[in-house]
Design a protein around this ligand. Sequence first.
Ligand SMILES: NC(=O)c1ccc[n+]([C@@H]2O[C@H](COP(=O)([O-])OP(=O)(O)OC[C@H]3O[C@@H](n4cnc5c(N)ncnc54)[C@H](OP(=O)(O)O)[C@@H]3O)[C@@H](O)[C@H]2O)c1
Length: 183
Amino acid sequence: MIKFAFVIGGTGMLEEVCHWLTNEGYDVYVIHRDFNTFEAMKRRGKHPEKMYSVSVDYHEDEALKIKVKEAIKQQGNCPDLIVSWIHNSAPNALPIILKEVQPRIDPWKLIHVQGSSSFFVKENTTVPDSCEYRRVYLGFSLKKENSNWLSNEEIANGIINVIKRDFKETVIGTLKPWNKRLS
Ligand SMILES: NC(=O)c1ccc[n+]([C@@H]2O[C@H](COP(=O)([O-])OP(=O)(O)OC[C@H]3O[C@@H](n4cnc5c(N)ncnc54)[C@H](OP(=O)(O)O)[C@@H]3O)[C@@H](O)[C@H]2O)c1
């Protein structure tokens, strides 16, 4: 059976993750809003035919639920993998998506990408029993005394590594010393 993934926020810093997944044989459903950005990123990959647009604002609960349902129906099964990068302004979005995946019995993976400040909150994410939960914190890069945001390449490579090596909890870059973090 063809492997199936959702990537939420896949047209931004997770673009290379989407391309890598299509190269690995996944059908990738990318949640985003801007269709032109999606079309452009799709054309940059080797397998545009395996990339599907799920164009919706993830703050709109009902619309998100409908779009996720449609993708699952089109694919004929629940996803094997979800990579989620959702801003904190949309706390309902991931639970809505997870509810649609609830019927899946076979194990599947959620790669939950979170910003630096989430590291200190250590929130509990409720997931279905069949979900193998993997958490990734985005840190910053520190070279000598200078700190920088991670580049998209560093973030994407870090996440691909988490998927390949199945790390349970990962910080990409560093979170220490916290006072060196850019605000
Ligand atoms: N270290 C940290 O803690 C940390 C945290 C955050 C960001 N950053 C840095 O900041 C950079 C930019 O961050 P960013 O969040 O703008 O990331 P991004 O991944 O470049 O862009 C956001 C992604 O989410 C989608 N998106 C955004 N709002 C959405 C919505 N309401 N509904 C559906 N999809 C939505 C966007 O697509 P559409 O625009 O088409 O909707 C896009 O695919 C990153 O590259 C990273 O270096 C660092």
